[in-house]
Design a binder for this molecule. Structure first.
Ligand code: SF4
Ligand code: SF4
Length: 373
């Protein structure tokens, strides 16, 4: 862990895209800018951008820089192994795709009650610890999405776990489902360095409601993202804060306030608390746009996009949202009302959202019959 240079990492789940493909040229420029600014931590997983994130990292990072220049984290995800015997070949394929001989960190992905049982049955943890002994993994950790008591159980059963990645941001801080604060406290209790994902809640803390935006604008400049990330990074024990940057502009903004990181001062913290209150007063869908739910949906419903436009309408009273619903994010047979209620999406949603029920609300909002003249 002593090779980590700074507390800010490049999350490679939302790389810049041109249509369906990663924008390789822009990604290369972002990688260069990130390394030039003195950062060196990169985070990926096999499922990110349907397998294209790992490949892009080989093209843009690992084939262009010596191994000691960067720290690379990858993950073992439940849907890529059915038995213990599947794990090693999958792991080896990840090394090959990424173009490296070892991963600095390898995380058991999206641990929670259901996934944890599968990982235990398949001896995934034991396999990862063996791979560590063989030098193919430097540090074994978990990424976690469940209640604090489940985290406590995992850390008790596997004390060898070295780091824990949790969702942590100022809106989820005391959220009863996400339990950011409680999970953080468990990490501290077990003395595990923390990696933070979703510090801007999948982009939800970027385009703030007008009243919330005004609170931050009354400070001394700085983007909403800067306050969200600095809020998180200021807690003791935060080893790394990941930001899923999607273009050079976001990269430059993030670098500007994380290069010489300073935690929020008292006035800034009070402003963020006000923004927290404003958020909690709105009835928003806490979707982080991870898109885990979309692959298995038999109706190919663009679930996170529908939730995003529902939130946009709620926050900004954005009437464009209706056009987006009709013309961009739905197609015949793929509307919210076409949901079959099979529940496949809810089984994989790390935020434990009642997706079927929420889609009913989306349908009620956007599929109203036009008023009769
Ligand atoms: S419950 Fe609806 S949205 Fe979810 S996977 Fe099934 S059809 Fe798709
Ligand atoms: S509904 Fe859940 S699984 Fe789907 S994108 Fe949102 S947070 Fe992710």
């Amino acid at each position: 862990m002593d090779r980590i240079k700074k507390n800010f990492g490049f999350g490679c789940m939302r790389l810049p895209m041109i249509g369906e493909e990663v924008d390789i040229e822009q990604t290369k420029q972002m990688v260069d800018a990130f390394l030039d600014a003195g950062f060196n931590y990169f985070d990926t997983a096999h499922g990110y951008i349907q397998g294209k994130s790992e490949k892009a990292l080989k093209t843009c990072l690992t084939s262009r820089y010596p191994r000691e220049k960067y720290i690379l984290t990858d993950k073992l995800t439940a849907n890529y192994f059915k038995t213990e015997a599947d794990i090693r070949p999958f792991f080896e394929s990840q090394l090959k795709i990424c173009g490296v001989e070892y991963f600095d960190f390898y995380l058991m992905h999206a641990q929670g009650l259901v996934n944890y049982d599968h990982f235990k049955e398949c001896r995934a943890y034991e396999t990862a610890f063996e791979l560590k002994k063989e030098g193919k993994i430097r540090h074994v950790g978990i990424s976690f999405h469940d209640r604090a008591e489940v985290l406590e159980r995992i850390l008790t059963e596997y004390p060898e776990i070295e780091v824990v990645q949790i969702q942590f941001n100022y809106v989820d801080y005391d959220d009863p489902a996400v339990q950011s604060r409680k999970c953080y406290e468990v990490c501290r209790k077990f003395n595990k360095p923390v990696i933070v994902m979703e510090p801007v809640k999948g982009g939800n803390l970027v385009n703030l409601p007008e009243d919330a935006k005004a609170v931050l604008e009354d400070l001394h400049g700085g983007s909403p993202v800067s306050y969200a990330i600095r809020f998180v990074a200021g807690f003791p024990g935060m080893m790394m804060v990941l930001s899923g940057m999607s273009n050079m502009e976001q990269m430059q903004d993030n670098i500007s306030f994380m290069r010489d990181f300073k935690p929020l001062d008292e006035t800034e913290r009070a402003a963020v608390e006000k923004v927290q209150e404003i958020f909690h007063s709105k009835d928003l869908i806490p979707c982080t746009a991870c898109r885990y739910c979309t692959d298995g949906c038999p109706k190919h419903i663009s679930i996170p996009d529908l939730f995003a436009i529902m939130n946009a309408k709620q926050i900004h009273h954005d009437w464009n949202a209706d056009c987006y619903y009709e013309d961009v994010h739905t197609a015949p047979g793929r509307k919210a009302s076409d949901c079959l209620k099979c529940g496949k999406c809810e089984k994989v949603c790390p935020q434990h959202l009642p997706i079927r029920k929420l889609l009913e609300q989306v349908a009620a909002e956007f599929e109203k019959a036009p008023a009769a003249n």
